[in-house]
Design a protein around this ligand. Structure first.
Ligand code: MRU
Length: 346
C-alpha cells in the first residue's frame, strides 16, 4: 500500500525539470520539460506548477538549471549568477513562503561550496534531496493528522492541497490519504475554488484517480452543507503560517473557518515546517492580487461585462482563534499558537 499514491508533480530528470502541466488538467495529464530557469519562473507565474511546497521545489530546481548552464569560472561569479536567477524566482509569487525557503536553501549550498565543481554538484544534490524530502515529510504529516479522522468522516477542504500542490502525496489530502491507508472510509467535500478552480480541476482529479470518494460542490454551498451536518471536519493546506498563528491559504479558507466555528466543526490546517514563517507576523504578509481575467472569464470564456472593476485576492488569512489545530510532520500544534509554533518549528 506504501506506493499506492504515486502521482509526482515536479521532478529533476537528467539536467532538466519535468513537471505536470496543471493548466491542462483535468482534460489531460500532460508533462512539460524545462531546461532554462526563465521557463520555470514563467511556469510558476502562470500556475503550470502551483501549491506552496511544489513551487518551493520548482523554484529550487530553476536555480539548479542556472547552475547547470553557468559558465562561471569562480565560485563568486557562480553565486552571483545564481543570485540573479534567485531574484527572478522571488518575484514570481509573493505569498507562499515555501518559494523563498526553497530558493534560500539552494543559495546556502552554493555559497558554502569551496570550488565551482563542488558548488554545481551541491546545488543539484540539494534539489534532488528536497524532492525526496517533500514526499517523506508529507507522509509523516499525513500519519500525524490521520488520527484526527474517524471512520466514515466527511472532510471539507479548499483549493488543492494534494499531490499536485507538493512533489507528491499532499498535505491536507496527505492526511486524507493516510487515513485511507489506515483502512478508514473517508469522503472529501471539494469546493470548486473559484477563480482558478483548483478544487474542481485538480483536487477532484487526483482524488478520483486514487479512488478516494469525493463530492464536488460550488463554493457557495459550503455553509449549507455544514448546516445540514454533512461536514465532520475541515482540513486545508497553507501557503504561509506566521509566528502569531495566522494561516494564509487559498481565498475562501477564511469563510470556511468562520462557518466551521458557527457550526462547531473542527478546523485544521496541514502544513510542513517549510510553510512556517517565524520571522513575520500576519501584518507583514503580502497577499497576491492576480489578474482580473481569472474572475471575468472561466476557462477563456467571458462571464462579466467589459470594464467592470474586479478585485482578485488569491489568498486570505484565518486568525488563530478559528483554528483547532495545525498538523505538521513534527506533530500537532494547538493553542496558544504564538507560543507553541516556535517550540515545535525551528
Ligand atoms: O494559488 P495556488 O493554487 O498556488 O494556491 C494553493 C493553495 O492555496 C494551497 O491550498 C496551498 O498551497 C496548500 S499546498 C499543500
Amino acid at each position: 500500500m506504501d506506493d499506492f499514491f504515486t502521482l509526482r508533480t515536479v521532478m529533476w530528470e537528467d539536467g532538466a525539470v519535468r513537471m505536470v502541466d496543471q493548466t491542462a488538467l483535468p482534460t489531460k495529464l500532460a508533462y512539460v520539460r524545462y531546461t532554462r530557469p526563465e521557463q520555470v519562473a514563467a511556469a510558476i507565474r502562470s500556475m503550470v506548477v502551483r501549491g506552496a511546497p511544489a513551487i518551493g521545489v520548482a523554484a529550487a530546481m530553476g536555480l539548479a538549471l542556472a547552475a547547470v548552464r553557468s559558465r562561471a569560472t569562480t565560485p563568486a561569479a557562480f553565486v552571483s549568477q545564481l543570485e540573479s536567477t534567485a531574484s527572478m524566482m522571488r518575484e514570481t509569487r509573493p505569498t507562499a513562503v515555501n518559494l523563498f525557503w526553497g530558493i534560500d536553501r539552494v543559495m546556502a549550498k552554493a555559497k558554502a561550496a569551496a570550488s565551482m565543481r563542488e558548488a554545481r554538484a551541491a546545488v543539484i544534490a540539494e534539489v534532488k534531496l528536497m524532492a525526496e524530502e517533500d514526499v517523506a515529510t508529507n507522509k509523516r504529516l499525513g500519519k500525524c493528522g490521520a488520527d484526527l479522522i474517524r471512520d466514515g468522516d466527511t472532510v471539507l477542504t479548499q483549493c488543492n492541497a494534494g499531490a499536485l500542490a507538493t512533489v507528491g502525496y499532499g498535505t491536507a489530502l496527505g492526511v486524507v490519504r493516510a487515513a485511507v491507508e489506515q483502512g478508514k472510509l473517508v469522503k472529501v467535500l471539494v469546493p470548486e475554488t473559484r477563480p482558478a478552480l483548483q478544487g474542481a480541476r485538480l483536487t477532484a482529479f487526483e482524488l478520483s484517480r486514487d479512488g478516494i470518494a469525493c463530492t464536488l460542490i460550488s463554493d457557495t454551498a459550503v455553509g449549507h452543507m455544514m448546516s445540514l451536518g454533512r461536514v465532520d471536519r475541515v482540513i486545508v493546506g497553507a501557503d504561509r503560517i506566521t509566528r502569531d498563528g495566522y494561516v494564509f491559504n487559498k481565498i475562501g479558507t477564511y469563510q470556511e473557518a468562520v462557518l466551521a466555528k458557527r457550526h462547531g466543526i473542527p478546523f485544521h490546517s496541514a502544513a510542513p515546517s517549510s510553510t512556517f514563517d517565524l520571522k513575520r507576523s500576519h501584518e507583514q504578509v503580502v497577499i497576491e492580487e492576480r489578474s482580473a481575467n481569472e474572475v471575468v472569464e472561466i476557462r477563456g470564456k467571458r462571464i462579466a461585462p467589459k470594464g467592470v472593476p474586479v478585485a482578485n485576492p488569491a489568498f486570505d488569512m484565518t486568525p488563530p482563534e478559528l483554528v483547532t489545530s495545525i498538523v505538521t510532520e513534527k506533530g500537532l500544534i494547538k493553542e496558544p499558537f504564538a507560543k507553541n509554533i516556535p517550540l515545535l518549528i525551528s
